[in-house]
Design a protein around this ligand. Structure first.
Ligand code: CAA
Length: 280
């Protein structure tokens, strides 16, 4: 197997690196500072340890998987990879700067994928000289558990790039489903209005947070209630995606709930800050 490069060792990047290493790829995991890499590798180890406890993986296999991941702060180390998956912050300027660097560093045939949940693939692709080799690979959190990769074709993405990514997804043990490049793609166009509606229900006093979540869990068989899920995703991320939908479609049905905006302003971003719709 070839080399699989992941840029960004946060929640999504470390999960993607874990899945690729487990599938047998040599992985280069790049982040800007050693402490981010250490944190990412610790997350990978503890996720794999769950499988050791359940006897789905031996300790030796866990060590082999970890040994296939090479952490680095040097972007140039991704140069020999067959695929580069970007999982840095959800900010167009940051992604554009990175894609310009990747475009200069890697051979023109290397596929450059982005894990963005809401930024236009077409716009990111247009910052490079190879828009045909740029594509969206939207993994779901927690990456090792969720079977889906939403694959998004930009305006210029070639058939062969799309086919390569579909085949790559299968090698990772994931199911790839295709979407075209419109705001929120499919996943967040459908998920975010539901989470937003749950927030409006809380805001308008229709029910308590526990009742809203319980109704959706027990009544619709959702694994998490919508407010718990929003906290899990991150309220800043939810707000950013809703704003993309609102601006992209110009339709008031995507207007973010004022309670969400207020919580984000307060720094209550969900599980990661210890407070969101719940306390952690
Ligand atoms: N690494 C490895 N395994 C993990 C894990 C992790 N980080 N987190 C959970 N698991 C495993 C557990 O070990 C357990 O495995 P078994 O069933 O084989 O024993 C299984 O997942 C279930 O976990 P738990 O029993 O601990 O808890 P749970 O039943 O509540 O499941 C959950 C946890 C999988 C996160 C579940 O609550 C769930 O599916 N929630 C919804 C997640 C979701 O909707 N994700 C998408 C978010 S949207 C997104 O990511 C995209 C975006 O753009 C915003």
């Amino acid at each position: 197997m070839g080399t699989f490069a992941v840029i960004g060792a946060g929640t999504m990047g470390s999960g993607i690196a874990q899945v690729a290493a487990r599938a047998g790829f040599q992985v280069v995991l790049r982040d800007v500072a050693p402490e981010y890499l250490d944190r990412g590798l610790a997350t990978i180890r503890s996720s794999l340890e769950r499988d050791v406890k359940k006897e789905r993986l031996t300790v030796a296999q866990l060590e082999e998987i970890l040994a296939r991941i090479r952490p680095t702060t040097e972007l140039a180390e991704v140069a020999g990879a067959e695929i580069v998956v970007e999982a840095i912050i959800e900010n167009f300027e940051a992604k554009a700067a990175l894609f310009r660097e990747l475009d200069a560093l890697t051979p023109p045939e290397t596929v450059l994928a982005t894990n963005t949940s809401s930024i236009s693939i077409t716009r990111i692709a247009a910052t490079t000289k190879r828009p045909a080799q740029v594509i969206g690979m939207h993994f779901m959190n927690p990456v090792p558990v969720m079977p889906l990769v939403e694959v998004i074709r930009g305006c210029a993405t070639s058939e062969s790039t799309a086919n390569y990514v579909l085949e790559l997804g299968a090698r990772l043990g994931k199911t790839c489903l295709m979407a075209n490049d419109f705001p929120g793609f499919v996943s967040n166009r459908i998920l975010m209005p539901m989470l937003n509606e749950a927030m409006f229900a809380l805001y308008e006093g229709v029910a308590t947070r526990e009742a809203i979540d319980g109704i959706m869990k027990l009544g619709m068989n959702h694994p998490m209630g919508p407010l718990t899920l929003a906290d899990f995703i991150g309220l800043d991320v939810c707000l950013a995606i809703l704003d993309v939908l609102y601006e992209g479609f110009g339709d008031p049905k995507y207007r973010a709930c004022p309670l969400l905006r207020q919580y984000v302003a307060a720094g209550w971003l969900g599980r990661k800050t210890g407070r969101g719709f719940y306390e952690y």
